[in-house]
Design a protein around this ligand. Structure first.
Ligand SMILES: NC(=O)c1ccc[n+]([C@@H]2O[C@H](COP(=O)([O-])OP(=O)(O)OC[C@H]3O[C@@H](n4cnc5c(N)ncnc54)[C@H](O)[C@@H]3O)[C@@H](O)[C@H]2O)c1
Ligand SMILES: O=C(O)C(=O)C[C@@H](O)[C@H](O)[C@H](O)COP(=O)(O)O
Ligand SMILES: [Zn+2]
Length: 366
């Protein structure tokens, strides 16, 4: 069992990583529930595997479970589903003192966290992340959002959970494709500021993707610790430090938008291709050596992830992709800072990037 604190003044919380924690879920949740009941929000895939065991365990401890199952997939992070979910919660008598439980991947976590921030001007929520991506990234740090017509995560709030409970055993039912997508965000921590962790990924990535429990647990706790540290330094992405976590995302979100947020390219896959593009663009601008850019692309490729526009099946012009970037939340006074790298583990925020040049780069990129 590992307990990782997220040190924030006034709204700090613990992240507990424990194999099998779902079997004793009531013990973990009880101290955080005010009304002896839990509003559990989940999706259809996760419900099929994990809702009943969770429900049984809580009910056996006298905790009432009121659950709502949403369609699986990125389209669920929408105004339409937000409206349905808030209506359902209100119809079911949710009080401000209640706690919402997000049982699922990043989609359920982001939507539930945002809903909690606005329901009756704010109720509490707990994250029980069930995808690798949610366990290593989205359940930590309090970014919550839905997508809008204009782009990804554009309607949202910073809203920290009360508690995060990570049970690596739930990954047993996650598909290989989703495991790989989550692994992209693990690799991200190495590329940002921890070159030895990227070495570890190169050595242990295939064991992790073959579901070796030690490799998975190590990657989860290293990733959560890395993210918790960055979030504690810069909770609301004001100083530029938290923006490091956005490596690959300006490109990646544009690729996701281009596929209509469909299952053609899930978030982690967009981030993988986006990180490879960020390294190639850094090479083109003379920041990063060709060998490092090649090494990044090779590891993503070996891990079965997209590592280029072509391998992500994106056939859009540079101009089309840049149009998607115009709503990026990092945009300041009309200028879009980019996460670039001087090498592996040496990511930095560059504020002198011209979108015209990015479009030209994308037109020439493979
Ligand atoms: N808030 C943040 O800091 C943050 C960070 C990274 C990503 N995100 C967001 O998270 C989302 C991506 O998260 P995701 O990759 O978890 O996607 P997801 O929530 O769509 O989950 C991926 C798929 O795996 C299924 N699934 C999840 N857990 C399962 C399990 N244990 N067994 C079987 N199936 C399971 C889901 O039903 C879904 O089909 C994106 O919307 C992204 O923008 C947010
Ligand atoms: O927590 C963060 O900060 C991140 O940037 C983590 C990302 O992996 C995540 O996808 C996040 O939702 C992207 O943030 P956004 O501000 O670009 O929407
Ligand atoms: Zn991400």
């Amino acid at each position: 069992m590992t307990r990782i604190p997220v040190d924030l003044a006034g709204n700090g919380y613990d992240i507990l990583v424990e194999s099998g924690a779902l079997n004793t879920i009531a013990d973990h949740l009880e101290p955080h529930l005010k009304n002896n009941r839990a509003f559990v929000i989940t999706d259809s895939n996760v419900a099929a595997k994990w809702l009943e065991p969770l429900q049984m365990n809580l009910q056996n401890s006298g905790i009432k479970v009121i659950s709502h199952v949403l369609p699986a997939g990125e389209q669920t992070k929408s105004w339409k589903v937000l409206e349905q979910l808030t209506d359902w919660l209100l119809d079911n008598g949710t009080e401000r003192s209640d706690t919402l439980i997000a049982l699922g991947g990043g989609v359920i976590g982001d939507l539930t966290g945002f809903t909690a921030s606005i329901l009756k001007r704010g109720c509490r929520f707990i994250q029980i992340p069930t995808s690798l991506l949610a366990q290593v990234d989205s359940s930590v740090g309090g970014k919550t959002a839905i997508n809008s017509r204009a782009g990804k995560n554009l309607i949202g709030r910073f809203n920290q959970p009360q508690f995060v409970l990570i049970d690596p055993l739930v990954l047993g039912t996650l598909s290989d494709r989703e495991l790989r997508a989550g692994y992209a965000e693990v690799v991200k921590y190495g590329l940002i500021n921890n070159a030895p962790f990227f070495d570890w990924c190169e050595e242990n990535g295939s064991a992790l993707l073959n579901r070796d429990p030690e490799a998975l647990s190590y990657a989860i706790s290293q990733s959560v610790q890395a993210k918790a540290g960055i979030v504690a330094d810069d909770e609301k992405e004001l100083s530029g430090r938290r923006a490091l976590l956005n490596l690959g995302h300006t490109f990646g979100h544009a690729l996701e938008a281009e596929t209509g947020y469909s299952s053609k390219l899930v978030h982690g896959e967009g981030v993988a291709a986006g990180m490879a593009l960020a390294f190639h663009y850094s090479e083109r601008r003379g920041h990063c050596g060709a060998a490092d850019a090649r090494r990044v692309a090779a590891h993503l490729k070996d891990s079965g992830l997209p590592y280029s526009l072509k391998s992500a099946s994106i056939d859009a012009s540079g101009e089309q992709l840049v149009q998607h970037m115009l709503h990026d939340k990092k945009m300041t006074a009309g200028n879009l800072p980019f996460l670039l790298a001087n090498g592996i583990g040496q990511t930095f925020l560059a504020d002198d990037v011209e979108l015209k040049d990015v479009a030209m780069f994308l037109d020439q990129a493979e």
